[in-house]
Ligand binder design. Structure first.
Ligand code: ADP
Ligand code: MG
Length: 300
């Protein structure tokens, strides 16, 4: 187990930013930590990376308690903070060498070169960080996060503020880096989760509202599964409503119907058709987009 969060609370004064949060991340997983602004994503990540203390609960990284073994935990965790606070007056190479020094990495020069190559900063390596575009600054941020070869990578909104091309590049880089590490990345962009993550944890107002594979979350709200069916001839709406599991039926065209079912009622529709000697010309299930599911889970 790479990350274990159990019954964590965090108060800023009176306000509870995290309210009894529990989840686990297995080693090797890339998980998306999804939630609207102010949900508590950054707060959770700062606790995992030992930047701020929790108010209650336990957090372990690679089996080590973040408070009892904070130095060990920092060695095992790479962190790209939300507002990546880079030293804009430093040169790329100088900065990475400085970070390598903090971690007391041997063969510092080689390691810095290795990182520059890994994140695609060869052309920019002699520039000041302040002269780089946001996309390249994020590459520097990723390089500093992985320079000490951590097992776990915590990326707080790593693609926010990037243009579409930079976004694709950084996602690719995260997927590449994620092949050998456990990655937890926060985002408020649904497509990001679909593009990168194995699993998604959704947080809303400091509480976890979903924790599942991306696919399962899409299928979670089966109450409203929509199925479009075209028969070869007409039939009565009353008959169709008798099909087990069907909640409602709407006619959209001559022989075309939209079913709203509790779960996947396609097998029942097929049985009905056979019984009534109807041919099914088309049948499709409409999966909800992550975006719709996210909205449903995080809006009141
Ligand atoms: P997210 O990263 O999901 O946008 P945050 O973890 O930054 O959410 O914030 C969660 C809640 O905690 C918000 O309501 C925010 O205003 C509050 N908060 C975050 N940091 C502080 C702080 N240092 N002091 C007081 N309140 C804070
Ligand atoms: Mg945040």
């Amino acid at each position: 187990m790479s990350i274990e969060v159990k019954n964590v609370f965090k108060y800023y004064g009176e306000q509870a930013a995290l309210n009894d949060v529990s989840f686990k991340v297995n080693s090797g997983e890339i998980i998306g930590f999804l939630g609207p602004n102010g949900a508590g994503k950054s707060t959770m990540m700062k606790i995992i990376t030992c930047f701020i203390p929790k108010s209650a609960g336990t957090v372990k990284v690679c089996g080590l308690d973040v408070e009892e073994h904070s130095i060990e935990v920092r060695k095992k965790v790479g962190y790209l903070p939300e507002h990546n606070p880079l030293y804009l007056d430093m040169y790329v190479k100088e900065y990475l060498s400085f970070v390598a020094g903090i971690y007391k990495i041997p063969n510092r020069k080689e390691r810095v070169q290795e990182m520059i190559k890994k994140v695609g900063l060869e052309k920019e390596q002699n520039k000041k960080i302040g002269a780089l575009s946001k996309g390249y600054r994020q590459r520097v941020g990723l390089a500093q996060a992985i320079i000490h070869d951590p097992e776990v990578l915590i990326l707080d909104e790593p693609t926010s503020g990037l243009d579409p091309n930079q976004l694709v590049d950084i996602r690719k880089l995260i997927i590449e880096i994620g092949k050998t590490k456990t990655v937890m990345l926060s985002t408020h962009i649904m497509q990001e989760v679909e593009a990168i993550c194995d699993r998604v944890i959704i947080i809303k107002e400091g509480t976890i509202v979903a924790d599942n594979s991306a696919k399962e979350i899409q299928q979670k709200d089966v109450e409203k599964q929509t199925i479009l069916v075209e028969f070869d001839k007409n039939c009565s709406r009353n008959q169709l409503r008798q099909i087990p599991g069907v909640k409602s039926v709407k006619q959209v065209d001559d022989n075309k119907w939209v079913f709203l079912g509790a779960g996947d009622v396609r097998p029942e529709i097929a049985k009905f058709a056979q019984r009534e000697s109807l041919l099914i010309l088309a049948m499709s299930i409409e999966e909800k987009s992550m975006e719709e599911v996210f909205k449903e889970l995080t809006q009141n």
